[in-house]
Design a protein around this ligand. Sequence first.
Ligand code: PMP
Length: 456
Amino acid sequence: MATDSGVDRLILQQLTERERAAFAERHPRSAAAYSRADHLFGRVPMTWMNKTAAGFPVYLKTARGNRLTDIDGNEFVDFCLGDTGAMAGHSPAPVVAAVTRRLGELGGATTMMPTEDAAVVGAELAARFGLPFWSFALTATDANRWAIRLLRAVTGRPKILVNSYCYHGSVDESLIVVGPDGRGRSREGNVGAPVDVTETSRVAEFNDLAGLERELAHGDVAAVLMEPALTNIGIVLPEPGYLAGVRELTRKYGTYLINDETHTFSAGPGGATRFWGLEPDVLTIGKAIGGGVPVGAYGLSAELADALTARGDLDLVDMGGVGGTLAGNPVSMAAIRATLEEVLTEGAFATMISTATAFADGIQKLLTAHDLPWSVSRLGARVEYRFADPAPRNGTESAAGADAELEDFLHVYLANRGVLLTPFHNMALMCPETTLDDVARHHEIFDAALTELTRA
Ligand code: PMP
């Protein structure tokens, strides 16, 4: 019986049980390591590592380029790439050299002093993304948090508007969705909200300009914080005219616009902002630009930088709530410089994007061949399929197309045959080392999984 997602649930369940048993057999050392981790909360260094299709996580041994090995001796082609943190590939040689030199030969992991690398990085980010002034954090989450504080300060407005089912890190203001009644409400599972999220936030569906205008018309929104394409509830691409409409409406209502490019950087060397010719007031980013080393950054327009500087009452130096001791540290700066100058170059993006195009085309062929009502979306070097066709237009539609059981099956089936996708997603990201052979290997296994799933 074909039910939702176009698959028979009984076959799905039987296949998943078989694959989980095979996974347990292939990973005895990982299983033992997990069972021994008595003093980690949830047995893992971060509780989200319990998002695993097979009951326990794979323990890392080595990672280089787009290859990983685990402590059981299994090798993987890695399309997860640390959910974008390793978009430059694992341990790219220029980053290893720059960080090793900084830590070893030169010394100084953290000193409270600037290095010359930082100014070079600022200039490179300005050239790529078009925003002239840059400041640093250690995570994209903090870049978003600090951008929000700055924009509340300059506008004197209390609220931040986000898209329903967005993700911008653990930012309190972003944990809001559009409820069935069309009004904003707390996202399910929100942990320890300081106040009801509707006090701090407004929400609109992606691709819905009328809904956005309705919310902005209240006149209390300091900033719209958005990804130019949603990437954390599948990939939801902007419809023609939508992003231009957002810019027009934010200007009309005196609201600043923050583009969070942490994932959409996959669109090209200057992210979606350059790819689509966008003009945000603030751009936030993290993860990939450090080649795997913790970094976050935010860029400000000249107008905004002037407005902030003119505000003598804002304490941007000491206790004002924007900044962190290790932000802008010499190691992070050396890592970003090496990543941008030598790894995630224009040429590297061209390769990654053509590999991703082959990935997406191959998935589409297989979905058609197996007559499955799923869809595939691509944003530059990043590809994701969704159990819905046509591709969802907004976060709520995309959330409705989720199928955790089916996702788990595909993840464990691929993992058992040496291919990793990103947990929480059906996402495959290409790094400079990802080859067409790697893509073919994924597709062969994916084809086999679909054949088993759809057998009568
Ligand atoms: N913004 C976006 C769009 C993200 O996808 C993420 C993480 N997936 C973040 C911000 C937060 O990044 P971090 O966890 O490094 O703070």
